[in-house]
Design a protein around this ligand. Sequence first.
Ligand code: CA
Length: 282
Amino acid sequence: MTDTTSFLGQSTTTQGPIGSQPRALLPSGTRLLPPCHQTVTRGRYPKDGMAKILIVEDEQDLQQVLEYNLKQAGHEVVATKLGQEGIRLAREQKPDLVLLDLMLPDSSGIEVCRALKENAGTKAIPVLMVTARGEEIDRVVGFEIGADDYVTKPFSVRELLLRIQAVLRRGKPEPEGTDVLVEFGRLRIDRGAHRVWVDEQEIELTALEFKLLVTLYDRRNRVQTRSALLDDVWGIQADITTRTVDTHVKRLREKLEAARDYVETVRGVGYRFVGSPDEATT
Ligand code: CA
């Protein structure tokens, strides 16, 4: 087997990123991981983050590479090429996460995801969608389909593992006492004191902006829809529209100045805190 642990930027083989067509070089414009950032929040990626992962992917090479790397990362893997089989396995095996290809021979990943999210026994299982560029990402991660996040082909093993860790972490409360002080690149956040610094310069955020920043940070590398942010930052009873989210994110980014690019707009969908915070641990 080829060295499947390679990833973008440090490839030691001729193998491209996962999901790429058999081209020797990446096409220009291929999305690479954002620049790495130093962080002190290593505890966020626990070594015991082992999970049972269901792979629904019909490309055999890709399925094998995914299975190999997920097992290497300590996860248990169940795999199928078919969407309907994926639904059955999800109900039977109760995986911690489903890695779901959008284009399957017997049904689309969208149908599979919808079926999983509509069934009481499987609706809580996070779904990470694997899409090609230009596919309907906004529908996929929006309320309509309900996927929890997506990766775009071609992607690296490393990017995929980060996304999986991030999705698995969703909903799990932070243990008390960890991450009170976060350092992420140019950004420093003191959760306890509700204070934020950029390049050692303290910036003044409103309570809402602070909550917005921390919420985005805690879910970094994952797209947050405007609706999800409204629910989690403002509360569902708030009498405001998704446009309010845009306004506040805009103001937050202005205040962040040099650190503004950590908060990325995902066109038509929402926002994402970008970065690879565990780079420092490798
Ligand atoms: Ca496919």
